[in-house]
Design a protein around this ligand. Structure first.
Ligand SMILES: [Zn+2]
Length: 176
């Protein structure tokens, strides 16, 4: 019944694959084509799952992660509006995370993040960013990541909280 409610007899030519004249009311897609498309998708998924099951453990994890990413991307494409609203909300509630992330990216570009940085160190740094937001301060690298004579690292003990005016004064006078 549910299917019937969505269909109608379309009074036009058969579809390009010559499937007769039964079309969905919305979008007027050929019902036979739509069903075959659905079957093809599930067949592809079946093969994907099969490959995943038979792969080695690390490969399996990688494939699963990739599948999840693909599905997330598809969801984002289908729900662009909702996604924008959500990410705006997330960004406004997690400004410090955003700042921490941008800082991390900048540090990565400058090769200023040592490989030996532990998870604890990273947590500690996120905390600094959280505090900076709470107190309305900026996070500053004590030794700048791009100093003239020496380059600092993106590590917890090279971070300090400054007011905006302190920060600009530092940048004007002290060119390490
Ligand atoms: Zn068709």
């Amino acid at each position: 019944m549910a299917l019937l409610a969505k269909t109608s007899i379309y009074q036009g030519r058969p579809c390009v694959h010559g499937h007769g004249i039964l079309r969905y009311t919305a979008g007027r897609a050929c019902i036979v084509c739509a069903k075959q498309h659905g079957h093809r998708l599930t067949a592809r998924k079946r093969v994907e799952r099969q490959v995943e099951r038979e792969a080695s453990a690390p490969m399996r994890a990688l494939l699963a992660k990739e599948r999840q990413l693909r599905s997330n991307r598809r969801w984002a494409e289908d729900n662009r509006e909702l996604k924008n609203v959500r990410s705006r909300k997330w960004n406004s509630e997690n400004l410090f995370k955003r700042r921490a992330y941008e800082s991390r990216r900048r540090a990565a570009k400058l090769n200023a993040t040592p490989a030996w940085l532990t998870r604890e160190h990273k947590k500690e740094m996120i905390e600094v960013y959280r505090k900076s937001e709470q107190l309305g301060l900026t996070v500053d690298h004590i030794v700048p990541l791009r100093g003239k004579t020496v380059c600092g690292l993106h590590v917890p003990w090279n971070l300090q909280l400054l007011t905006l005016s302190d920060n600009s004064r530092k940048n004007n006078s002290l060119m390490v």
